[in-house]
Write a protein that binds this ligand. Structure first.
Ligand code: CTP
Ligand code: MN
Ligand code: MN
Length: 518
């Protein structure tokens, strides 16, 4: 093939995982390819994960490439590494041209049929939309890719999700693939799935995954509180097929898993909006006694308008920064005294200024933050499950009614417990007579100067966060987290005094939480 000497390769870091980028560069050097650290005139082969040339050119800050330069897919690079030398450029290696290469006259005559902004955070994405059956299929493929390990699968999972998000933001039901012309994130593979559904109502590939026994088991196991992909895989490798079986045979695991397994069935019954509202009112009442003017906000799916969810996310702050210190342990001890805590873990804040910009070091998948928080399971008195008046929620002393969910007054005397819950195993507690149901709860405390970023982060969706953070980085070289926005060029943080200001600083149109269901 081409003499190595003539070839200068530049691997665009954008859209490529840092670690993977490093591995690619090392492979190139091992085979003595000439690598350029930056794009310049002597680069001959530009390798990129961008799917359209116009996107890449924009990032390279050029309107067109020099004659000798080629814009190539990563497949050219991997083929070359396999061949141990730069291989000939085939059609399949080339990046298709995008808008930038269409001349302006043509451009103005044929505007894209529907202009769909690139990032989901720039689009309104309601909870109820017009393309549920397509999105269900694409997100099943996302789910499946997420269960399989490795960077490639992670990227695949993201690609399915992004495509689904495009469909969720459409104001009409898809009837023809032409309606997606001009939309980023709709690749060939996505088109194939969508065409299958348009033609036959289903896609073979999706149905194969849906019926895959491994997928079915993973789907159940990964929903267990405390069980991630790794643990679930381990259970399957050990021949387990149901949560019941795991409960009997699997004795390892931290507190999350032990309680997650013991209370799995009821944790699977979704928390209703009514329950979340009752709980918030109760917590607000208790909180005000400890710290007047404390703010309590219901975040997560409920804030986005969902009527049910897998947990209750409550975010706390106080307008006078510093006042929030010490609040959560006090609240937790009230909950403990009222015997409302089944299990949980309190973590102190691990925030340092560095967390504002060194965020890229975090693992790809998590949106972990450094707030003080409590993650656990609350014993939800059964009364809290229905619509109740404040008098029914509290007694005169402001305590929850019933005083303790363990109170067995309405249970037959013979069924009264002999031991307290501290002396019982999670399974024994689950099997004992009780007046409560287990509910997953997250309690998060944000200092006021980080609050509006925390609010956006804890409202989600997860995909909305991913996209707005990528948007911040790509468009402004800002690092965005639940703690703040940091200008990496000017090395300074950008405080916000409202949720709207967060969007304004980014130049993203403000969408209410109900339209962030990406
Ligand atoms: N989140 C976060 N840091 C975490 C956990 C969650 O920033 N350690 C964010 C998530 O990205 C999400 C929001 O907080 O946007 C709520 O998380 P979660 O309760 O897991 O998801 P929900 O969207 O609320 O879904 P559900 O209604 O099923 O609870
Ligand atoms: Mn939630
Ligand atoms: Mn949560």
């Amino acid at each position: 093939m081409k003499d190595c000497e003539d070839v200068v390769v530049y691997i665009m870091p954008q859209k490529i995982q840092k670690q993977r980028h490093r591995v690619m560069k090392m492979a190139a050097l091992k085979h003595h390819f000439t690598l350029a650290e930056e794009f310049s005139d002597n680069v001959t082969h530009i390798v990129t994960e961008y799917e359209m040339a116009d996107q890449a050119l924009k990032v390279l800050k050029v309107t067109e490439l020099p004659q000798h330069a080629h814009l190539l897919k990563v497949s050219w690079f991997t083929d070359s590494i396999k061949a141990r030398e730069p291989v000939q450029i085939l059609n399949q290696h080339k990046i298709p041209l995008g808008d930038a290469n269409v001349d302006s006259r043509q451009k103005s005559e044929t505007p894209p049929p529907n202009h769909i902004p690139e990032f989901s955070c720039q689009r309104s994405t309601p909870l109820k939309h017009h393309n549920a059956k397509f999105c269900e299929a694409l997100e099943l493929l996302q789910d499946y890719a997420e269960m399989k390990e490795g960077d490639d699968n992670y990227m695949r999972a993201l690609a399915w999700r992004r495509a689904s998000c495009v469909l969720k933001s459409l104001k009409f039901t898809l009837t023809n693939l032409n309606q997606l012309k001009g939309a980023k994130d709709i690749g060939r593979h996505v088109e194939k799935i969508l065409q299958g559904i348009l033609d036959h109502g289903t896609s073979d590939e999706v149905e194969r995954v849906r019926n895959d026994p491994w997928y079915q088991k993973m789907k159940i196991f990964t929903k267990v509180f405390g069980a991630g992909v790794k643990t679930s895989q381990e259970w399957i490798e050990n021949g387990m097929t149901t949560v019941d079986e795991v409960r009997q045979k699997y004795t390892k695991g931290d507190w999350r898993l032990r309680f997650g397994l013991a209370f799995h069935d009821e944790l699977m019954q979704l928390v209703t909006r009514q329950e979340a509202d009752n709980f918030k009112e109760f917590i607000k009442h208790q909180s005000a006694k400890i710290l007047p003017d404390v703010s309590v906000e219901l975040c997560g799916g409920f804030k986005r308008g969902k009527t049910a969810g897998h947990d209750i996310d409550l975010l706390f702050t106080h307008p006078l920064k510093g006042k929030e210190l010490g609040f959560l342990p006090q609240l937790l001890s009230i909950l403990e005294n009222q015997k409302l805590v089944l299990c949980g873990k309190w973590n102190r804040s691990t925030f340092t200024e560095e967390a504002l910009y060194s965020d890229s070091k975090r693992t790809k998948n998590s949106q972990l933050d450094h707030f003080e928080k409590w993650i656990g399971i609350i014993k939800f008195p059964k009364q809290w499950r229905k619509s109740i008046s404040p008098e029914e929620l509290f007694n005169d002393r402001g305590e929850s009614v019933p005083l303790s969910p363990d109170s067995c007054e309405d249970l037959e005397p013979s069924k009264k417990k002999q031991k307290t819950d501290d002396e019982l195993s999670p399974e024994e507690i689950a099997a004992s007579p009780r007046n409560w149901i287990a509910r997953r709860v997250d309690l998060i405390v944000a200092p006021y100067d980080q609050y509006f970023y925390a609010l956006v982060g804890w409202t989600g969706s997860k995909q909305f966060n991913r996209d707005i953070r990528t948007y911040a980085r790509r468009t402004h070289n800002y690092a965005m987290t639940s703690h703040g926005l940091y200008d990496l060029t000017k090395r300074k943080s950008l405080p916000a005094k409202s949720e709207k200001e967060v969007f304004d600083l980014l130049g993203v149109p403000y969408f209410p939480a109900e339209e962030r269901n990406c």
